[in-house]
Ligand binder design. Sequence first.
Ligand code: FAD
Length: 186
Amino acid sequence: MGLIRLAYASEANFQEQVGHGGIEPDITQILMASRRSNPKLGLVGGLYYGDGHFFQCLEGESDKVHALFNRICGDHRHRKVTLLFEEPIKAYAFDAWSMKYIAVETAIVDFLKSAGQARFDPFAFDADMLRGMIDLLSEEPDSAPSIATVGESTEGTVTLGRERAGLFAAAIVTVVAAVVVSGFLA
Ligand code: FAD
């Protein structure tokens, strides 16, 4: 099985709201799930959301990318999921990103203007625009660096585990001390 890059477009099913860090709450949920799950499958990619449309690029082993794409197709948070592009690759363009997120206020707005498009409508992209969009997505900085990654949540769990172990040890010491004292008193 070789490496592939796949890109698709879709329409969001949710009403836009501004959530924590200026990011739509459904997108925060999607990014958290992606950043937790993609590294386990060796998958990377980038996601853009604008004007009610998603554009996502996924890279990885062909079978893993297709399995994730099938799962994404069944997600009720979007509709009209349309495969735009698929190609074999030798190297990742998104190798540092389990799922990079690019917000609207970026070079992509200038990119759309220069192509004479007032709104973000990836269904209307021709081959050049598609290639340009993938390049921009891979070059732009991540707009949601604070959304939890696997490393952060694992560290939290480890800390919690250590705290629990400490409490357990303290409880054992207390019980042993109580038994010793009651032995003396008897
Ligand atoms: P489950 O957790 O069993 O969920 C089943 C269904 O419930 C989902 O398909 C979805 O319709 C819904 N659902 C799940 N979580 C929520 C939630 N928090 N709020 C509302 N509805 C929910 N997943 C990845 O792992 N990697 C990605 O790169 C990725 N990119 C995505 C891009 C887009 C645009 C969208 C819409 C979703 C993306 N997802 C991604 C999420 C993916 O579709 C699945 O929800 C996720 O992988 C969990 O799969 P599951 O089979 O365990 O679903």
